[in-house]
Design a protein around this ligand. Structure first.
Ligand code: PMP
Length: 437
């Protein structure tokens, strides 16, 4: 394996992986020439596949002109075009786009805009942002305060203000029927109870991943949940923030996952698939009146130096064009259905698979000890690492986490790029089959 014996780099652990050489379409190659199928699109990022020629060409063209213009000195055409396209994709009345360079920054911006809107409205007593347990909203201290995953946040509790959490719906673990609206209302009503407990006049916002990502493994909310959440937020004047950093960008078959329930938030956070791994890029999109309120009363006290740079925005425009031109959301729906059927077929053969779930090409399966009780595998088994490593050796990249519904559990996200074909699905399923065996 071609990995330098000594490295000056560090990330979260001592884990070493081979050196990446090139990536094309759904495949990646290391320096030894070994090929991997990117079955998780990085971390649900590279939605349109690697090295897309249209995107590279758009980036080359922009690079020849300018790569950076500071936002207080210049407006740029790529930023204007990307904002226009993003606003067109967002729900009606959300025409204001604020660029950032990643998901945590998008969430951070959403919290700060919500807070400044409350102050502008004379409601400075509203500051609590309710979130869910488990959830993942980012690694900056503000976004981490909303993240419902103690192993990541506990060490920093004294340095930030942990926010109130309500349980994320987990119908499959509670043996409730997710297609029954009563189930969705059961979980959504926990939000109303919590708002009342906290004192509605102190609650600023509620943040939710419309389809859970790393936290719950493509867990789709039960029927009725997203609508009821919207109604509750409106009733108490609480802003609804959709964190579509992972679920947005088209892989569920709609550009924003919340479109599946025809529900619009007040503020949206997007990143990952938005620029599909070509550049660091994200955005916060908000209702017009919120932005107007804040800009009218002293301005938005927030910003990032690299935000909205023309190179990133030119790549973003090209990514959105490609999704449209190649009908990639339709493909995610069709190919996603094939992949889900294949995962269900694996579940029939392997007792150890306790659940298969997701929408479009945002899919996951979960390993359990006992399919009836859904008891998780013992933590010491380290299954979430083991299966990923076995598949990796066999040339398939999948993404795992050990958290589910508030308890331990091993889930695996299988989210190949939206350009995947039936042949790629076959290859993923064959490799998973061999890995599970
Ligand atoms: N929100 C969600 C739902 C995410 O999945 C992530 C990243 N996994 C983030 C926020 C943070 O994004 P980033 O790592 O780009 O800061």
């Amino acid at each position: 394996m071609t990995t330098p014996p000594k490295s000056h780099l560090f990330y979260q652990s001592r884990l070493r992986r081979p050196m990446l050489d090139q990536a094309r379409g759904v495949y990646m190659w290391d320096l030894d020439g070994k090929r991997y199928l990117d079955g998780s699109s990085g971390a649900m990022v590279c939605n349109i596949g690697h090295s897309n020629e249209h995107v590279l060409e758009a980036m080359r063209r922009q690079m020849e002109k300018s790569t950076f213009g500071y936002r207080l000195h210049f407006e740029t055409e790529p930023a204007e075009r990307l904002a226009e396209k993003t606003a067109a994709l967002a729900p009606d009345g959300m025409d204001k786009v604020f660029f950032v360079s990643g998901g945590s920054e998008a969430v951070e911006s959403a919290i700060k805009l919500a807070r400044q809107n409350a102050i502008a409205l004379g409601e400075a007593q509203r500051w609590k942002v309710i979130s869910r347990q488990p959830s993942y909203h980012g690694s900056t201290l503000g976004a981490l305060a909303l993240t419902g995953y103690a192993p990541l946040s506990a060490a920093f509790d004294p340095m930030m203000r942990p926010m109130p959490k309500i349980p994320a719906p987990r119908a499959y673990l509670d043996h409730l029927d997710a297609s029954d609206e009563a189930t969705g209302h059961h979980y959504a009503d926990m939000l109303e109870a919590r708002i009342r407990d906290e004192g509605p006049e102190t609650v600023l916002a509620f943040i939710v991943e419309p389809v859970g990502g790393a936290s719950t493994g493509a867990l789709v909310p039960p029927a009725g949940y997203m609508r009821r959440i919207r109604e509750i937020c409106t009733k108490y004047g609480v802003l609804l923030i959709h964190d579509e950093v992972m679920s947005g960008g088209g892989r569920t078959g709609k550009f924003f996952a919340a479109e599946h329930w025809d529900v619009a938030p007040d503020i949206l956070a997007i990143s990952k698939g938005f620029a599909a791994g070509y550049v660091p890029l994200g955005a916060m999109v908000a209702k017009n009146e919120i932005v107007e309120n804040v800009l009218d009363t002293g301005g938005f006290l927030h910003g990032y130096t690299y935000a909205g740079n023309p190179l990133a925005c030119a790549a973003g425009v090209a990514v959105l064009d490609e999704i449209e031109r190649e009908n990639l959301m339709e493909n995610a729906t069709t190919v996603g259905a094939e992949l889900k059927a294949g995962l269900n077929a694996l579940m029939e053969r392997y007792e150890i698979i306790g659940d298969v779930r997701g929408l479009g090409l945002f899919l996951a399966f979960e390993l359990v000890c006992d399919r009836d009780t859904l008891e998780p595998l013992p933590r010491e088994l380290n299954a979430y690492n083991a299966l990923v490593d076995i598949a990796y050796d066999k040339g398939l990249i999948i993404y795992s986490r050990r958290t589910r519904g508030g308890y331990d559990g091993d889930h695996f996200l299988v989210c190949p790029p939206m350009i995947s074909t039936s042949a790629h699905v076959g290859e993923i399923l064959d490799t998973l089959d061999a890995s599970l065996r």
